[in-house]
Design a protein around this ligand. Structure first.
Ligand code: ROI
Length: 165
């Protein structure tokens, strides 16, 4: 089993509902256990500004799947939730599921780069991640605290939740 962290994001078709549905699908993955999830956070889009605000969260999953088997599963969930690939880079999406970290493994192949390229400077990844694993060390030895101190919370909005699950 490896401890994997997955970033979830959506800015179309009721983002909160998309994230809840995705979490249910993650909980149902074979050879895997969903360990924790962060709160939901709203933020302005990074990239093209002419798109709706995003809702983001991070989940912790223990899995015996390989990185590529997990990637296939995540892409299937994205497609089941209506994801279409558009020409526009960094455009709006119903659901984005990114493998942020896969234990201490480094993966660098055409389909998959882990740790995730952009996670080190994105508030909507780092703050939710810190909620579920504040003492995290990255494979390169940096601590999550170090990354957070260089990444202002600015623009993130933690969403209150109606009721605990
Ligand atoms: N911006 C925010 N705030 N949240 C995201 O999940 C997100 N995902 C993306 C781009 C388009 C880069 N911008 C984002 O892929």
């Amino acid at each position: 089993m490896e401890r994997v962290y997955i970033g979830l994001g959506s800015n179309l078709a009721t983002p909160l509902a998309q994230l809840r549905s995705a979490l249910a699908s993650l909980a149902a993955l074979p050879h895997s256990n969903l360990i924790a999830r962060s709160s939901f956070y709203a933020s302005d889009p990074l990239g093209p500004a002419d798109q709706p605000r995003y809702v983001n969260a991070v989940a912790a999953l223990d899995t015996a799947l390989s990185p590529l088997a997990l990637l296939d599963r995540l892409q299937t969930i994205e497609l089941e939730q209506g994801r279409t690939r558009k020409a526009e880079r960094w455009g709006p999406r119903t659901l984005d599921l990114d493998i942020l970290l896969f234990g201490n493994q480094k993966v660098d192949i055409a389909r998959l780069t882990v740790p995730h390229y952009h996670m080190h400077a994105r508030a909507f990844v780092l703050y939710p991640l810190a909620e579920i694993v504040p003492e995290l060390h990255l494979p390169d030895g940096r601590t999550l605290s170090e990354l957070l101190s260089a990444c202002p919370f600015e623009g993130l909005q933690r969403l209150a939740e109606a009721a605990p699950e």
